[in-house]
Unconditional design. Structure first.
Ligand code: NAI
Length: 460
């Protein structure tokens, strides 16, 4: 007889959520995690610690910036030891919270690194555990770049960029993606001089272009300097670090000095030591585990979710898949709507989007309309010195159905969700436009953008 109905390998947001939902559905469940704490990359070295530092550094910048205008006299100073302690406390409280949830839901935590020995068999530190089903939820790790050796002290990945003991004089960020801009913002606000080198001719590839351009302008005003269209080739370590990059337009090679370099050129699925090959699980040439529409691999009883499979590497996408696969294993109809997965960049201002970009609609030849509204015309935003940005609603020209929403502005990461709900219900822009929104709130910007898709916004 099997020890468990389900063994989940990996205790991140995909894995731990899957384990809890499966237990709630009556299964006997274990979760294998070797990190020493539950919560995966997200809670330990990703979303949560970065948000702690983003919040602290935001308040520091506010205190040194807008406070005086509001009649608050403050001379902020940085105590890096205390700031780092604040970060680690947030992390340990949350990872402890997941441990508590496991106890509450009677999920066994098997501590150690798991290896699949075949269908229904997972070994951890020499002991074999049997299960009717296995879910692989082992997440991702920073992708390496040839010529750049990460030591997590001077040349750091997102993990080392969270634990710097002092503010670097000059930080060079390789890659203007989400990680580069979020962690880059932290150290810029705390006083680092900063250069971001990006391979493409724009920052944040895949983002709606209009939002992207505005975003770059705002970040530039904040002191981030961008070198676009340049491929970093190597980082050499001397007294200073020397970053060598090649400009794509003319192949000229240049160098730049740095005290710290942050390598943020993407992540790759983490499947090392998992025994996938021996177990016969098919993996793509990019290292992703292949799954069907029910998250099942080619081997019966072995499933995979989250960063190890295709799709955006986002904690909330993994969580949704965790719930859905647990429901599927329990004989229910687990489902994820991949068309309505929001994405958020937690800079200041925040950037958020859901659904299609204007460029995607143009490529499809879709007949669409655009409704836009600026935060500069929002009373609440004015009182908060947060008038940079706008909301943009894209709707079908004939049916008015909402196709995509893109926001850059204060609280964008929270504001986007009324549109996620609206899109799940197949709403038209008019449905949002006719919904009463409290005044004065940032959410009025979202409503006015929907109104701009119809007869027009009121306040512009
Ligand atoms: P990314 O894929 O978002 O950006 C990497 C950037 O590096 C790209 O713009 C790419 O063109 C550039 N690049 C690649 N090679 C280069 C080279 N040799 N020289 C210069 N530039 C180069 O990857 P990132 O920022 O590392 O994030 C990894 C994953 O983590 C993403 O999937 C992201 O969605 C996820 N993440 C999400 C967060 C959020 O939702 N707020 C926060 C942090 C990470």
């Amino acid at each position: 007889m099997a020890d468990y109905d389900l063994i989940v390998i990996g205790g991140g947001p995909g894995g731990y959520v899957c384990a809890i939902r499966a237990a709630q559905l009556g299964m006997k469940v274990a979760c294998v995690e070797g990190r020493g704490a539950l919560g995966g990359t997200c809670l330990n070295v990703g979303c949560i610690p970065s948000k702690a530092l983003l919040h602290a550094s935001h308040l520091y910048a506010e205190a040194g910036g807008h406070f005086g205008k509001m009649g608050i006299i403050a001379e902020p100073k940085i105590d890096m030891g205390q700031m780092q302690q604040f970060r680690t406390t947030q992390v340990s409280e949350l990872t402890g919270g997941v441990k508590f949830l496991f106890k509450k839901n009677k999920v066994d935590w098997i501590e150690g690194w798991g290896k699949i020995e075949g269908p229904g068999k997972v070994s951890v530190d020499g002991a074999t555990h049997n299960a009717k089903n296995i879910v692989i939820a082992t997440g991702s790790e920073p992708a390496p770049l040839n010529g750049v050796e990460v030591d997590e002290e001077r040349v750091v990945s997102s993990t080392g960029a969270l634990t710097l003991e002092k503010v670097p004089e000059k930080l060079v960020v390789i890659g203007a993606g989400v990680i580069g801009l979020e962690l880059g913002s932290v150290w810029r606000r705390l006083g680092a001089e900063e250069q971001v080198i990006e391979y493409l001719d724009q920052i944040t590839p895949g983002m709606d272009l209009e939002v992207c351009k505005q975003f770059q302008k705002i970040l530039t005003k904040q002191g981030l300097q961008f070198t676009l269209g340049a491929a970093v080739q190597k980082v050499e370590k001397g007294d200073k670090l020397t970053v060598t990059y090649k400009n794509r337009k003319d192949d000229s090679v240049e160098t730049m000095d740095a005290d710290v370099v942050l390598l943020a050129t993407g992540r790759r699925p983490f499947t090392q030591g998992l025994g996938l090959e021996e177990a016969g699980v098919t993996v793509t040439d990019r290292g992703m585990v292949e799954t069907n529409g029910h998250w099942q691999t080619n081997v019966e009883g072995i499933y995979a979710i989250g960063d190890v499979i295709k799709g955006p590497m986002l904690a909330h996408k993994a969580e949704d898949e965790g719930v859905a696969v647990a429901e599927h294993i329990a004989g229910q109809h687990g489902h994820v709507n991949y068309g309505v997965i929001p994405s958020v960049i937690y800079t200041d201002p925040e950037v958020a989007s859901v659904g299609q970009t204007e460029e995607q609609l143009m490529d499809e030849g879709r007949d669409y309309k655009v409704g836009k509204f600026p935060f500069a015309a929002n009373g609440r935003a004015k009182a908060h010195f947060a008038t940079d940005g706008f909301a943009k609603v894209l709707a079908d020209k004939q049916t008015d159905r909402i196709l995509g929403v893109h926001v850059i502005g204060p609280g964008a990461g929270d504001l986007i969700h009324e549109y996620c709900v609206a899109m799940e219900f197949g709403a038209a822009a008019e449905d949002v436009a006719r919904t009463c929104h409290a005044h004065p709130t940032f959410s009025e910007v979202m409503r006015e953008a929907a109104m701009a898709c119809g007869d027009g916004a009121i306040h512009v």
